[in-house]
Ligand binder design. Sequence first.
Ligand code: IFM
Length: 481
Amino acid sequence: MTTTDPTIVSHSSAPRVAFPPAFHWGTATAAYQIEGAADDGRTPSIWDVFSHTPGKVVNGDNGDIAVDHYHRFREDVRMMADLGLTSYRFSLSWSRIQPTGRGPAVERGLDFYRALVDALLEHGISPVATLYHWDLPQELEQAGGWPVRETAYRFAEYAAHAARALGDRVPVWTTLNEPWCSAFLGYGSGVHAPGRTDPADALKAAHHLNLGHGLAVGALRELLPASAQLAVSLNLHMVRPLTDSAEDLEAARRIEAVGNRIWTGPMFNGGYPADLKADTASFVDWDELVRPGDEAEIGRPIDLLGLNYYNPTIVSAPQKDSEAPEPARNDGHGNSPHSPWPGSEDVVFHLANEDVTAMNWSIDASGLSDSLIGMHHDFGLPLMVTENGAAFEDVVGPDGTVDDPERIRYLRLHLAAVADAIAAGVDVRGYYLWSLMDNFEWAYGYSKRFGIVHVDFETQRRTPKSSAHWYTEVIRRGGLD
Ligand code: IFM
């Protein structure tokens, strides 16, 4: 048995499914979703502008205060330690570090992250820093945003500032979080900041995010100690055709191309796939967009690959029968008439089943184990689950506690799926539960709660839910019953 094999043990106090001893048990958050302190030393990001635009976010919510983590980080780190977390994944706010998106870094912004990381280390919690979790400095958006090539170079410059300041104490770095959302929800369907709706811009943004990743990896390698591990967090879609008809298989191929291989092609397989380029040729001239050397830059080796998984993606060809039930629009359209799937606008998305979370996302943990096994096979890199979790309609009991058995069930199923992948030989290094605490859920504002810690958004009081206590026990025992 190797150290990565989940162990089946019979001792009654030991977990039935144990994880490797060095497995990282974490939670994940993102700067704009938790920090607040929007005008305390930083300039607006695209999410400040978007959330302050009427009609863009449920209830007109914004991240001005969020859960005030900027001021409460010490208390939050203590809480993480009390929960027994061994690792914590957070993101850096670019406009806190480099307010104009270019030029020198601001020490005050860096000091906040130095203090956060020091507090984590003092409590024995290993930090994982994400450089970009969707909050582009607004100044760069005004200069064209991600559809403009220059933004990729600015990202690498910012990455270098972060590496110089934190490189001595952060062992694991991820460049981008879910670049699919940045490109296709931000510039395609427009349901995320900056809210633009041009398929050509979405594809250009995708290329420049990829290029920014590669340039940042280059900058980080030069500045970080040799022991630093570099990663990217992708929300690779576990695409499944509704039926095995040729038409549904073709729909799955198209979504897989513009959802997944647009990232993994240049990052791991030498370049953009020919079928993706053909599917989207009416929007962009790929030969003009991708300059010589770009794909090699994007393909710089990394050490770990992060997967963010919530639910599988079930697709079919357009339904011909007008009597067919209205398909579930859990496909990134939100309320937008604009598609986030350039070249594949007519593909229909379905729920995998009716067992759904408060986001109307089907609960199907088999997609997680299948994804991990597929990624291991396709890319051969050590993996981390950099996000997984669920929103439910949590209720605070009369005694102030929050009992969330549905979330425990979701987490148990998905951790078991991770264990299945490990048992199948996949090298999974850690699991980062989304999320540590309730926070600003983007276009849904504060209406969706993903935390294992409840936050009263009026008082900022934190209350660990029963799922938090359950997770603590899983960590303590090193596995699942
Ligand atoms: O809240 C988000 C996070 O920022 C990125 N991944 C999905 C989560 C839930 O929607």
